[in-house]
Design a protein around this ligand. Structure first.
Ligand SMILES: [Ca+2]
Ligand SMILES: [Ca+2]
Ligand SMILES: [Ca+2]
Length: 451
């Protein structure tokens, strides 16, 4: 089904950018080779014009690829001694307009305060078993994040495990927060605060399994939406009861709305055993048909420089393949199955588990950051950056090794943590027990963006 990225495809002819250095660089290259090319083609039986076109396209493509800056990162370990590092969130916790790093570690929920990354414990030992996920976002507009967490993690218990808490902030946010337990489904696994219509928000919680599931089979998962603010008589709302049953729903991403009012509603992209599904959660309306139909464990949205949308996945759950699917339009819910437009970027990930998209190089489109946590075999762990190698996002290539064997990546995010306009990478390691900020110091990367 999938197409393997090869070196040849990485150099395939593509539409040539007319911007700045690419054309002038290409012209210089072209002039350098022009005379010898002409000498060669004059003695060759193939069509001179056809050869010229092929050679020129290859030269122009090489020049275009060369215009991408080399990624330069500086790794700063902000915590060398965590337990597992299940989930990261990036938000301004204390309202100083600097984004902080939040972490759901096995027993503690902590945050690291920018710009010096002092560690503060928000909550500890919420349940007998591990914490597993965290959501943080300013919902009421006071500039300080609201926080929710998931706990009692035990994927083997699809009946009684799981827990969902809101953490109520103390006046001094460096002190302990007060947990408020909400109703939940078993195997609580991922959560996001999601924007609905008219600036409303809800907490959306995704379990890994359906109730009572064994071996990833049985009843479909129940995705729950919790209204915010949560009141005493509030009840969680099932969001996907109108969909065919989904299983092994390992993660989900948010797609921002494109306008105001009802148009600002965020939709969800779910990675499931059945493929990627687009869900209009606040309206409780599934968008059929599926985006893809291949078992995926991670999913993130992205866009090419021209605006064409893509989704990137790690397949299967905890799998080895990093994949891109291209949309036929600039919409995620274009109504067709994207599975036929599938490119495998890498098939050597060992338990791929961290995934993010963002314009780290300042190209005007998204690149892909993927991290893997390794397995018992002792394979190297790390993080890599991948870039599109043609204008259509059909061919991709590895652009940089961000981390070489110091990050057994359990989760990663991209965010501009120091406000210099360049997206940094934040990752938490399971076997390596660390939290690292990879400061993006790429020359010529994006200009600062307004928040
Ligand atoms: Ca802050
Ligand atoms: Ca707030
Ligand atoms: Ca930055």
């Amino acid at each position: 089904m999938g197409r393997k990225l090869t070196l040849d495809e990485g150099c395939a002819p593509a539409t040539v950018s007319r911007r700045g250095g690419s054309v002038s660089g290409a012209l210089i290259l072209h002039r350098t080779f022009r005379n010898s090319v002409f000498r060669w083609v004059s003695h060759h039986p193939m069509s001179s014009l056809r050869i010229l076109v092929i050679v020129a396209a290859a030269i122009l493509q090489a020049a275009r690829a060369a215009e991408l800056p080399a990624l330069r990162v500086r790794a700063q370990t902000i915590d060398p001694a965590i337990q597992i590092g299940y989930g990261l969130a990036i938000a301004d916790v204390d309202g100083d307009r600097k984004d902080d790093v939040l972490l759901a570690d096995a027993k503690q929920i902590v945050w690291y305060r920018a710009p010096n990354w002092e560690k503060f414990v928000m909550a500890e030992n919420l349940t007998p078993k591990d914490n597993v996920c965290i959501a943080a976002r300013d919902l009421d507009g006071d500039g300080k994040a609201e926080v929710a967490v998931g706990a009692e993690w035990n994927p083997a218990d699809t009946v009684n495990s799981g827990a969902v808490f809101l953490l109520d902030a103390p006046a001094d946010r460096t002190k302990r927060w007060t947990p408020r337990k909400l109703p939940h489904e078993p195997t609580t696994h991922r959560m996001h605060f999601v924007r609905g219509a008219e600036r409303s928000y809800s907490l959306v919680v995704l379990p890994l399994h359906g109730r009572g599931n064994k071996n990833g089979e049985g009843e479909g998962v129940q995705v729950l939406g919790y209204e915010w603010p949560w009141r005493q008589n509030s009840r969680p709302e099932p969001l996907i009861s109108n969909l065919p049953p989904l299983h092994l729903t390992h993660n989900f991403d948010l797609v921002q709305g494109t306008g105001q009012g009802a148009q600002s509603v965020e939709t969800l992209l779910l990675a499931t055993k059945e493929g990627v599904r687009s869900i209009d959660a606040p309206a409780n309306r599934a968008v059929p048909p599926p985006v893809t139909s291949i078992n995926a464990g991670e999913v993130r949205r992205g866009a090419l420089p021209g605006g064409t949308r893509f989704v990137t996945t790690i397949e299967p759950m905890h799998g080895n393949e990093l994949v891109v699917y291209r949309a036929s339009t600039t919409q995620y819910s274009s109504g067709d199955d994207w599975t036929t437009r599938r490119t495998v970027l890498d098939d050597k990930l060992v338990q791929g588990h961290g995934l993010a998209t963002g314009d780290l190089l300042g190209t005007g489109g998204d690149q892909i950051v993927a991290g893997w946590r390794g397995g018992p075999g002792g394979a190297k762990v790390g993080i890599k950056l991948y870039v599109p190698a043609d204008a259509h996002g059909e061919a991709w290539k590895m652009h940089a090794l961000v981390d070489d064997n110091t990050m057994a990546c359990e989760d990663l995010k991209v965010a501009d943590l120091n406000g210099d306009g360049r997206l940094d990478i934040i990752a938490a390691g399971r076997a390596t027990k660390n939290v690292i900020i990879y400061w993006n110091e790429t020359e010529g990367a994006a200009a600062p963006k307004k928040k």
